[in-house]
Write a protein that binds this ligand. Sequence first.
Ligand code: GDP
Ligand code: MG
Length: 796
Amino acid sequence: MRNNNKKENNDSKVLKTRLLDNEPVGMTVQVVRVMGDGAFRQRLLEMGFVRGARVTVLKNAPLQDPVEYMIMGSHISLRHSEAAQIEVTEKDAEFCDMEDAFNGIIETEVAGVDPMADNVLRVVLVGNPNCGKTSLFNNVTGAKEKVGNYGGVTVDSKEGWFNIGGRKVQLVDLPGTYSLTEYSPEEMYVRTYIRDNHPDAILNIVDAGNLERNLYLTTQVMDMNIPMVIALNMWDELEKSGDHLDIEMMSRLLGARMVPVTAYNGHGVKEVLQATMEAIDESEQDTLHHNVNYGPLIEDILKELGEMCPKLDRYTVLKIIENDQHAIQLLDGQENAEQAKALAAEMRGRIERDYNDDITSIITDLKYGFVRGALAEALTPNPERATGETKPGYSMDRLLTNKWLALPILLVLMWLMFEATFTLGAYPQEWIESGIGWLGDWIGKAMLDGILKDLIVDGIIGGVGGVLVFLPQILILFFCISLLEDSGYMARAAFIVDRIMHRVGLHGKSFIPYLIGFGCGVPAIMATRTLENRRDRIVTILTIPFMSCSARLPAYLLLVAAFFTAKQGLILMSIYLIGILVAAITAIILSKTILKHDKTQFVMELPPYRKPTARNATIHMWSKGKQYLQKMGTIILAASIIVWALGYFPRHEGQTPQEQIENSYMGQMGKAIEPLVEPLGFNWQMGVSVLTGAAAKEIVVSTMGVLYTGETDADEESTSLKEKLQTATKPNGEPVFNWMVAYSFMLFILLYFPCIAALAAIKREAGWKWVAFEVIYTTAVAWIVSFIFYQTAIRL
Ligand code: GDP
Ligand code: MG
């Protein structure tokens, strides 16, 4: 087998190779090798661009870049520059027969574990993105986590519980990964999670319609020596396709139990859980584990190195041989760490010489060889289906990614989404508003006058109520986003706009977080985890706050209604566009300076089109709604109380509400910063609003309400506030507001300090350093932009 391999490689030297990038649409070719190195190459290999794999060029994106390819039954998009790194040859060239690499499985002995060691049974879900992990998780635990037809929707682990045979089991939904390398945060997360928590069993979920690539991950999980069961999910789709899989034979070849499952309707779920429990129980007595047999050379090396580091599992030992830095670090502190490292390096050299290739490709090829060998035996494709045929539903793609129609369709869909959000949302919003008004009145009448009543009515109901009214909008927005994600369209949106995003140094996938950012920055920042590259993620996170979130809208609506008589829609839109422009400039500057790097990749899977279900969209809507309510219950509640207290104390007898607030701590703070905001056209009241708005942008309007009308339940519709603003005068009799002041104020609200909740999200995703940067940067930009606008406007 080893000699074989050498011969094949020599053969390939006389093959006529070309670059994938030069292949015309419709062409099918065979991969010879992937050039380049590091994360990019690794990603391509694990996505299936291995020796001998067939690739079909499907189409160019509307803006010509990237390009959609089909490989191993899935659709992958690559930029031209990336496709130029892939060497290909004629589709029928016989230079590599991967099934030859199939050596079957071997059994290795590991110490038995007591599954109830800590009295809790823990099962983790591992699988490719989009294979249905969350659907299964929800089905089993009754949880309502977000399901999405879009890679990387699950970006955190979620825990739930279920009961089986009188036992209580914890189920953990891990992020989807194609592999377990060191190159992406999800992969590292899954890897470390399994190593640190040592679950009792792994439930490996695979997409039965895409076994070749899905089982690649399985080959890695198998080596972790934890009892494993494979759920053959999307069994309904496999049956529909007419392919036949001999499950029993496949289980035998892989040495793992397999159970057919259809996660979204629950078929087979009970059986797979039962099988998992059996696997756990058996692991108590049975100490044999089934692993991929990599052939005599590598097996010998694994054995030798494994004996040197008995604490490490087979997976980690193999990773050390593969020169994986994180795995190598695990050696540190062991007594013979240095020897082990030296041995691994020496062996690596030997394997590379023997196979005449680099270690990454060798191991990937062997793993894929194992998978293909098993599939060749157990899977009989439907003879009536042509190879390379696309999935049902794909015909829509012609229209949706059409050269001329794609961008207009994208814009129309976005417009529809925002239109639905704001017009439909207006009705429930009114009901909530009157409900809150009624509650405030009722408590106001029922309670005795005093601090407590003021706190509840003005501080809590006034503050939280002002935020609660946006709940309908948030729900509708996320309902729409969920429909788009679930249908498979979101990935296409990234495909369509990648060329544009690339201009500012970003990935097409950043588009989605930005879009969500118009709703609320918090979920948007969370959604950046779908980006693989940390640098891209940080740039996107730092620029998301410039997408004007819905919390800022009330302030704009109030100011536009009060100070612009014509073209109100355009004025409002200009604010949004300026936000986008500032974000673009910021992204360019960041990618050219402190967050510089060579290239962003666009290796992305385009999931099949699926019919979105109302159930999923509703679940998603509720989970976002819950997040929003939690934000209100905690941060905004606290902020409302603080803001109220700052405006309420110190108390003096016989003051009007305006005098009270003017002399309060907040009034004093506002006056203290007045010189700073004066050049922008603001007075101290606006300064105070800006300060309180730092807690949450919705509070800007309610603070204005208190300062100008003495009422706390002011909102953008409240005529009295609008009139008060229009008629407010400075001590010298000039009006406080005019359109220039209003616009300058809107610019400032747009650009300055993201709210506390957004900062909390930034802290979680990027760390304190970037929070500090963001606070200073956004506020400086806001000040400068407002300053330039106002000072220019008053001189014209
Ligand atoms: P995850 O990314 O692995 O968590 O996958 P999700 O649970 O979010 O599901 C991805 C997509 O596959 C969603 O659109 C689901 O509705 C769909 N899906 C999940 N399970 C099945 C199944 O058994 N059959 C079919 N046809 N679709 C499924
Ligand atoms: Mg998921």
